[in-house]
Every structure is written in C-alpha cells, then in structure tokens.
Design a binder for this molecule. Structure first.
Ligand code: SF4
Length: 429
C-alpha cells in the first residue's frame, strides 16, 4: 500500500502542500555493480574484482558496452556450483585468484573486492579476505571490499559503498594545517579540471577530490576538512567522513548554471571568499552557460516530464529542468530521498510537485501512462516498452556516463533532454 507522508526539511515557501508518495514493491533498477563502469575509469590504478556469478559478469560487460582495454580494470571471479562444495576452499581459491591477478598486474595499487548477491557469495567473508590480502601485500597494494549486491544496493549506491569503504583508509589531516576542501563524488576528469581552475581562481588553495585519480594520492581528512558533495547519492560516505571529523558544506548540486553557481558559492562562503571575487571568477562561466541554455530552452519549456526513480539524480535534475528550462514536472521519483543532503534542492522545486520515494513499478507505470508525459526519464528496462507505446524516453544511465556537472556542461545536459523530444517531434511530422 502507498503511504502519503509530509515532507520535512523544506523551506517555508514550498513545504506546506508537498507530500512524498512512499512506495514499496517491485523495482526496476540496476544493482550497485554498475558503478564500476564509471569508477574504474576514475581511479586509474585501481582494479575492481567482482566476486559473483555469470549474471554479474554479463551485467558489467553490457553496461560497459564495447569498451576494449589492453588491460581492463575490472573482472568477475565467477563462483559456480562446484565452489560451493567446500566453503573452506573458497578462501584459498579467492586468494589464488587475487595472487594471479596481482602478479600479472603490478600496476594495480588498490584492489576492491566487490560482493554480489548469489547465495554462495553472500557466505564469503570478503571483509576478512580483504584484510588478509592487505596485510600480505602491504605496502604495495591496498585491498578493500564493498557490496554491489542487488539485494543491498541500487545503481548509484555502488559508488557510495565504494567511497565509504575508502574513507577509513584516508590519512589523518594534520590538525595544525589550514582548513581544506574535499569534493566528494565521481566527476568526469574534464569536469574535475574545470572545477580545479575555478577553485584556484577563487583562492581556495587546499582542495582534493574523492575519488582521487591515483590510489597513491589519498586525500587527508580530519576536523579541518570541509566536504562538498558533488553527487546526491553518498549518504554512507558522508556518514563515514563525519565520523572522521569532517563537516559538510550544505549546497545544491552542480547541475545547470544555477546549481553550479550555488554549489561553488557555498564553497566560497565556507572559505571566506568575497562576493566580488566570486562574481568576477564565475561570471564568464555563468554567461556562457546561460547562453547555451537559452538556445535549448524552447525545445523543453512547457514540456511535461515524468522521472522514474533510478539514479538518485532525479531531484537535482527536476530542479534544473523546471527552473532553468521551464519544464513542467509531472512526477519526480527517487529510489531514496536523503532529506538533509537534498534540503536545498527540495526547497527549489515548484510547490506541490509530486515526489515519490522507493518504487512500485506497476503502479508507477500506471500513473505515467495516465499522465502521458512528453518525456519520461527512466532506466533501460522501462525505456524500450515505453517507447513501443509511443512515449519519448531518456535513459537515466546516460546521466552517469556523460559529463553533466558545471557551467561548460549545462548546455549538454539540456541537450540530453531536448534530443528525444526533437526526435519524437520529427517522427510525428
Ligand atoms: Fe550480480 Fe546480484 Fe547484480 Fe544480478 S543483481 S548482477 S546477481 S549483483
């Protein structure tokens, strides 16, 4: 049964009439293994070894598409029925697989053992295996573990689990050092480079990114660290960072010109940067983003958009679509609503917008069909059937694989939504 409950932590302006539809039922979302596809590109000397089944191997291969690497940075150790015969042997077998991998690949400095959901995998103590291997291989290779299982994680939660596993390994920041900024959440290198230039121009001298590009360059963390989330799905990572003494800088997410400005300004304010300097540094980016958005706005303004719960990016995207492109939000679903991390985003949504948390896919499909939106943002599994019924869709997975944050990407982000609308309009002509 669906439960309607009031949404807390909204601004006074918006909260009065809003409710969140909480749903429990069948879900149609990728599991957390999917995050490996973008994380392996980010940490260049890390390797992700999925301990799983043939299904897991297929999922990652197909999510990664046709990318061919001379030396891939992920693989699946497939456990079959035979392995179940003796659990005691599994530890030895896993150690052998890891040993062979690391001998062949001395470039690997950080190895993630990634758990999955087949029952035989659930029985393996991957944490113990990671600790055993880390001890044996120190200091050349660090071995960590996390779960990407579809039972415990959905889609982007895999990144959260991965980064949360890294936090205890981060070195302690020297408490006598000046305050530093930690930007948390995987960003495409091109976006990270743009933000690097902006932070430097603003005068924020000490900043790092998590995940880092090199496993040997772990960012230090401690009470003098302020962290700024670049992705809205990092609840566990944030909790771990706070346990290490770091403090979160509250901000919306850097999607669109407005989101990017507010995100950068939150960092600038936390580091005492003057408004004049902030305006001088950001005005060129703001101007070019505004121009790029104005060129695409006419294709999206007034269009009715329905977002299925998938990537947890839905709420910042909905804010961008409605405020910067004039779209009308029919329903905004998210697999999980982190009310603190999304407080600033929620306050910027139009009053009364229908939000849903969790999923009951059949009910949601019924609502979508009844509403007949101009564009439906959803996972791959729902997109094809909806297209066959005459709906225009946008695959939410593309939003994770495409650089979309920051000023220079604002136009591309709008384009991702405009393209299926234009295609449908051409088909109808
Ligand atoms: Fe593997 Fe479970 Fe993901 Fe399926 S849902 S690919 S079995 S981890």
């Amino acid at each position: 049964m669906n439960a309607l409950s009031p949404l807390p932590s909204r601004s006074a302006e918006a909260c009065e009439s809003d409710t969140v539809l909480r749903e429990h039922g069948q879900r149609s979302v990728f599991c957390g293994l999917t995050g490996i596809v973008w994380l392996h590109r980010k940490i260049q000397d890390a390797f992700f070894l999925v301990v799983g089944s043939r299904t897991c191997a297929h999922l990652i291969q197909s999510a990664a598409g046709v990318m061919i690497f001379a030396e891939p940075r992920f693989a699946t150790a497939i456990l079959d029925e035979r392995d179940l015969a003796g659990m005691a042997d599994i530890d030895d077998e896993l150690d052998r697989v890891i040993g062979r991998l690391l001998e062949r690949r001395p470039d690997i400095k950080l190895l993630f053992l990634v758990g999955s959901c087949p029952s035989e995998v659930v029985k393996i103590d991957l944490k113990r295996a990671a600790e055993r291997q880390s001890r044996a291989r120190a200091p050349h290779v660090r071995v960590l573990n996390y779960s990407g299982s579809g039972i415990e994680t959905t889609f982007t939660q895999g990144e959260d689990a991965c980064l949360a596993s890294l936090v205890p390994a981060l070195p302690e920041a020297d408490q006598h050092e000046p305050p530093s900024l930690l930007v948390v959440g995987a960003l495409a290198d091109i976006v990270e480079d743009q933000f690097t230039r902006l932070f430097e121009a603003l005068g924020i001298r000490r900043f790092n990114f998590l995940p880092m590009r090199r496993a040997t360059k772990l960012p230090p963390i401690g009470p003098s660290t302020s962290y700024l989330l670049a992705q809205p799905f990092l609840g566990d990572t944030a909790r771990q960072l706070e346990q290490r003494g770091a403090r979160r800088i509250a901000a919306p997410f850097p999607l669109g010109a407005e989101g990017t400005t507010l995100w950068l300004r939150a960092a600038a304010d936390a580091f005492g940067i003057s408004r004049d300097r902030f305006d001088a540094v950001t005005s060129p980016g703001r101007a070019s983003a505004a121009q790029a958005l104005s060129q695409r706005k006419s294709g999206i303004a007034g269009k009715r958009i329905f977002l299925f719960p998938d990537s947890q990016l839905e709420i910042p995207l909905a804010r961008f679509l409605s405020r910067e492109l004039g779209a009308e939000l029919v329903e905004v679903g998210t697999p999980y609503l982190h009310r603190d991390h999304l407080a600033d985003e929620l306050a910027m949504l139009p009053p009364g917008v229908r939000l849903s948390e969790g999923q009951h896919v059949e009910n949601q499909l019924d609502r979508c069909r009844a509403a007949r939106p101009d564009l439906t943002v959803c996972g791959l599994g729902l997109a094809n059937p909806l297209e066959a019924e005459g709906f225009s869709t946008k695959w939410s997975i593309e939003l994770l694989f495409t650089p979309i944050q920051g000023y220079e990407q604002a136009g591309d982000l709008a384009e991702l939504f405009a393209r299926p609308l234009v295609r449908r309009a051409q088909l109808e002509v």
